[in-house]
Write a protein that binds this ligand. Structure first.
Ligand code: FES
Length: 111
């Protein structure tokens, strides 16, 4: 697979519908793609609290609610509403040639 500037092709852009989430394993990392209010987000599927998968959670506007303990995180900043220093991991992404590409950064902060 082509790996330009560290970006990896993850899914077809047309496969991500408005209001939906799609979990894709990108080089072994579970990435959750979300299209909400016309915007695309790519986050680590693993909740920073106790590691539950966000893909089983729900969307509330630009907030994702973890299915395990209902913690609410902003999709725009990654911040947990109650304790903003706790953040989910957000990946850079781009759309090119009809696909959504994601960049898994080097930062190996495995909390
Ligand atoms: S694991 Fe996500 S809120 Fe606890």
């Amino acid at each position: 697979m082509d790996n330009t500037d560290g970006f990896v092709a993850a899914l077809e852009e047309k496969d991500l519908e408005e209001g939906k989430m799609k979990r894709v394993s990108v080089e072994g990392t579970p990435v959750l793609f979300i299209r909400q209010k016309g915007k695309i987000f790519a986050i680590d599927n693993k909740c920073p609290h106790q590691g539950c998968g966000f893909s089983g959670g729900t969307l509330d506007g630009l907030v994702i609610v973890c299915p395990c303990h209902d913690w609410r995180f902003s999709l725009e900043t990654g911040e947990y509403e109650v304790e903003p220093s706790m953040k989910l991991r957000i990946f850079e992404w781009k759309v090119q040639s009809g696909k959504i590409w994601v960049k898994l950064d080097e930062d190996t902060d495995d909390s």
